[in-house]
Design a protein. Structure first.
Length: 87
C-alpha cells in the first residue's frame, strides 16, 4: 500500500508545480521609493518609474511594494526576490 501513496504524492506534487510554474508573474509599476504607480508612469518613462516583478502591495496607488525584483528571474534567469523591510 505504501507505493500507491508515494505515487499519488509524487503525482500531486508534479501537478502543483506545473500549475504554479506557468502563471504570469505579478508586475507593478513603482517610483524610486518603490511606491505603487499607475502603469502609465512606466510606459511614459516618468522619472524613476520602473517595473518590479513578484512583489506584493495593498494594490492602491502610493502603497509600498515589498520584495520583488527589477528582472523577471525564474529558471535560468538573473535576479531573484528582494528583501522586504528592515530587521
Amino acid at each position: 500500500m505504501r507505493k500507491s501513496s508515494e505515487v499519488q504524492l509524487t503525482l500531486l506534487a508534479a501537478i502543483a508545480l506545473s500549475m504554479t510554474a506557468c502563471r504570469e508573474q505579478r508586475r507593478d509599476c513603482v517610483d524610486a521609493q518603490n511606491r505603487l504607480q499607475p502603469d502609465s508612469a512606466c510606459q511614459a518613462g516618468v522619472d524613476g518609474a520602473h517595473y518590479l516583478y513578484g512583489g506584493s502591495s495593498g494594490g492602491h496607488i502610493g502603497d509600498a511594494v515589498i520584495g520583488g525584483s527589477v528582472s523577471r528571474g525564474g529558471f535560468g534567469g538573473i535576479g531573484g526576490g528582494g528583501g522586504g523591510g528592515d530587521e
